[in-house]
Design a protein around this ligand. Structure first.
Ligand SMILES: CC(C)(COP(=O)(O)OP(=O)(O)OC[C@H]1O[C@@H](n2cnc3c(N)ncnc32)[C@H](O)[C@@H]1OP(=O)(O)O)[C@@H](O)C(=O)NCCC(=O)NCCS
Length: 180
């Protein structure tokens, strides 16, 4: 029987090192600034260092077999990050339960949504958890092969967020980003 509980950054770190070699191992992500197209100045500080991160582990007995983390950025936009399940435990909805914990934490912290940047291969797991695929309009123009996925918690809050973000784009005359 797999059980789930909060863990620390020190506990999650070895699993991230084992399974997520390309990911930054900081407790929160340094990714996520929208830069002015001409000056390269940050337009939109995601405040990624301000929210205290939460780490979750899935355990088979005492053995840690899956992890995820989350932290607030941009005030009420919650980031899910570092989802990983050990290979011989995959396909048992363990990742979905870890996402469920992260969404619950986002809701607890009064986020309007929980978003992530999954690989295309991992997206099916997110889709099962009702994450929606987003275009590169969502948040910022970060070029990568990963995709933007978002679970909406507060629909009116998300409408306000989009209105604010898009008006900011037109203020600076930013080119409309190409859709993925
Ligand atoms: C991505 C990852 C976390 C998924 O972990 P997992 O515990 O196997 O995930 P789940 O069991 O919740 O879902 C995985 C599969 O079950 C399927 N599934 C989930 N719920 C299902 C259901 N109710 N009925 C049928 N199929 C279901 C999903 O479609 C998915 O299958 P697919 O990938 O073959 O299309 C894991 O593969 C992993 O650690 N990969 C390496 C690291 C990585 O890529 N992390 C994500 C970075 S963004």
């Amino acid at each position: 029987m797999i059980h789930y509980k909060r863990i620390t950054w020190e506990e999650i770190l070895p699993m991230w090192e084992e399974g997520m070699p390309n990911m930054s191992k900081d407790p929160t992500s340094a990714m996520g600034m929208y830069l002015h197209p001409e000056t390269d100045e940050p337009l939109y500080d995601l405040q990624h260092m301000k929210g205290a991160p939460t780490f979750y582990g899935a355990f088979d007995g005492d053995k840690l077999i899956g992890v995820n983390s989350g932290h607030m950025n941009m005030d009420r936009v919650y980031r899910s990050r570092g989802l990983y399940v050990k290979e011989n435990y995959r396909g048992n909805q363990i990742a979905q339960k870890l996402l469920m914990k992260t969404i619950a934490q986002a809701r607890h912290e009064k986020a309007i949504c929980c978003w992530s940047f999954p690989s295309k291969e991992a997206f099916s797991t997110y889709r099962w958890m009702q994450f929606q695929l987003k275009t590169c309009f969502f948040n910022f123009q970060y070029q990568d092969n990963n995709i933007r996925a978002c679970y909406i918690i507060d629909h009116p809050g998300m409408c306000d967020y989009h209105a604010k973000f898009y008006s900011m784009l037109s203020d600076v005359g930013a080119p409309i980003p190409e859709l993925n």
